[in-house]
Ligand binder design. Structure first.
Ligand code: ZN
Length: 199
């Protein structure tokens, strides 16, 4: 694996509502905070592009049970739950991409209804290193759409966590991504590639 100026880190939905005590918590999501911070620090020190996506819903959102959807109220724009995790050290250079902002439709993919693909292309980005929460929704949909948009995708698997505690469901999502063309790497392998990065 070799990182270039065309490589970017995409951190998916590392928000309080997706962590312990949050409205839609990902089991053991907090376990990946250290790895996530190391990846952010590494990409930032190398001067590479960082993207942090966030679920960012209006107060009455179609995905909420109160509106006939399947999820509890979560990540309401401006609420504490929608904030990035307290433990996360997000460099100020990171692009923040808000998704799910329309009241009448849900968007798990960071490319759905956003200008992310254009911004990445304008910045000359070709390869995305994806990590975050959770594997079967935000990550899976973002990765599949990134591949459709012709970006290379590397899933940093040990820096992802899934909503389901059933290994089979998360493995199924990873299989879907691999079948669509995503590669898998460990955060250690990415750290080694960052150490070898010379610009
Ligand atoms: Zn949501």
């Amino acid at each position: 694996m070799k990182l270039t100026q065309a490589s970017a880190l995409v951190l998916v939905d590392f928000q309080r509502d997706f962590l312990a005590g949050g409205a839609r918590a990902v089991p053991r999501g907090e376990d990946v905070v250290m790895r996530t911070n190391a990846l952010l620090e590494g990409f930032s020190s190398a001067g590479l592009t960082l993207v942090a996506t966030r679920d960012w819903h209006p107060a009455k959102h179609a995905s909420f049970q109160s509106e006939g959807g399947e999820w509890p109220r979560h990540c309401v724009q401006g609420s504490d739950g929608a904030e990035f995790a307290v433990e996360l050290v997000l460099p100020s250079s990171a692009w923040v991409i808000s998704k799910g902002t329309a009241a009448d439709s849900d968007a798990h993919s960071a490319f759905d209804g956003t200008d992310l693909a254009e911004r990445l292309r304008e910045a000359g980005i070709e390869a995305l290193y994806v990590c975050g929460l959770g594997t079967e929704f935000g990550i899976r949909e973002t990765v599949l759409e990134a591949l459709e948009e012709d970006f290379e995708v590397v899933l940093v698997a040990d820096a992802c966590r899934s909503f389901s505690s059933q290994a089979a469901r998360s493995a199924g999502a990873v299989e879907d991504m691999m079948r669509a063309g995503a590669r898998i790497a460990s955060s250690g392998a990415v750290a080694n590639a960052l150490a070898a990065f010379t610009g």
